[in-house]
Design a protein around this ligand. Sequence first.
Ligand code: NAI
Ligand code: MG
Length: 493
Amino acid sequence: MKKKSKKEDVKLKFNSSWEYAPAPESKDHVKINSSYDLFINGKFTAPDSGKYFDTINPATETKIAKVADANEKDVDKAVKAARNAYDNVWSKMPAKERGKYIYRIARVMQERARELAVIESMDGGKAIRESRDIDIPLAAAHFFYYAGWADKIDYAVPGSKSRSLGVAGQIIPWNFPLLMAAWKIAPALAAGNTVVLKPAETTPLTALKLAEIIQEADLPPGVVNIITGAGATGAALVNHPGIDKIAFTGSTDVGKIIQKSIAGTGKKYTLELGGKAANIIFEDAAIDQAVEGIVNGIFFNQGHVCCAGSRLFVQESVMDTVVRKLKDRMETLIVGDPLDKNTDIGAINSKEQLGKIKQYLKIGVNEGGEMYQSSCALPSKGFWCRPTLFTNVSQSSRIVTEEIFGPVLGIQSFRTVEEAIEKANNIPYGLSGGVWTDKGSKIFKVTSQLRAGVIWANTYNKFDPTSPFGGYKESGVGREGGLHGLMPYLELV
Ligand code: NAI
Ligand code: MG
């Protein structure tokens, strides 16, 4: 009873006075075809399979377009086009000329940024504020950054010579569709490789728009090929003998399948897999700032983030304050139309993903966790999940150890720095983490002992093309971004 009245109190304080009028981003400038073929050898080509599948808008459950479903023959065609372009054009082209093409892609992306942002939000469900301010500018920034490397590769590895690998097969997920395409394609091209990229089946549209941009930039045919399809198409790409390197971002389960299937083939690989990041709040942290960081860490992009701060550790003395402030803040978050500029939390990417999240909410409650969700209204159609937190969870709770990939936070307390580090590291994943404190010495202690590839201090979910990203343990192999992200596309000779 006591809890309920507190919640109503919060509602009164925020909801009644924080109503915003709808501010939808216009779709008028966006052109989406009703059907998309495969982008092979510089042209949109009908699939050999003759099959297409629908991509839907997860906020409305309506079909946006149908998209080709590539089979093994289609994959073979794409790989051959990439090989031909590699042997005859791209590997022979002076590096500074390669760089010019990559710059051109970056510029066209910037020119078409608004269109790309709207399509990203329609196809994947993410809030327009994020696709507009984060996904698309960062994707262009990656092309700009790696364009700069193209003619400086010899300086990247002082004292030795390097060469490109050949054809890269690249498979990406649905949480940052265009950004992941940029993370994969830009370094591959800068290093002199050609590419066959497969976007995720629920979010293929911005990759297909990127194919149009690549045509507009006049990239030689076959240097980038984009083929759509689901897991079977991805597996055909992984197993194709003409591939020299696999770059994959997605689930740890599929990462393991890929690693097994290419063992002994000599194919190089990088895998960016799951995560379960610890966000650690010390009692001396700026608490309001930390609360914003927690919100950004787990509710950003509906929690569809491999580096999401999904495990929160709060020092015991400030636990009640942090949880109270967090609940207050959650109450003000706007869940709804991804195209509305006020929206904080958009739609869950797919029915399957929403099913998985709901399953975890049940597991959390059944295991004795205390669940709190904000009280916002949800649209009647589409896939939605209220921002959710669990208290009364332990190190062995499944919602604390398994990747949920949704806006669900598990909160635990700690007393000492050592305890926080031990708890944070006690997990098969090691992709990222966060630390909030006023003391520089604590930041150094925690960051040097957390087994995670990326750790933010007094901020969260900040990305930059110059900065390497990747995991320890089951979070993957290799790094993307920065010079580190260029090296997996090169071989020292
Ligand atoms: P997934 O790993 O199945 O999909 C990622 C990509 O891999 C997609 O393009 C998919 O078509 C492709 N793929 C699927 N099976 C394949 C195979 N056998 N060989 C080659 N490619 C294959 O991920 P899914 O099923 O969409 O999401 C399930 C869970 O995975 C999520 O709930 C989340 O926990 C995790 N995930 C992690 C991501 C990350 O960024 N680390 C991204 C997406 C999902
Ligand atoms: Mg879709």
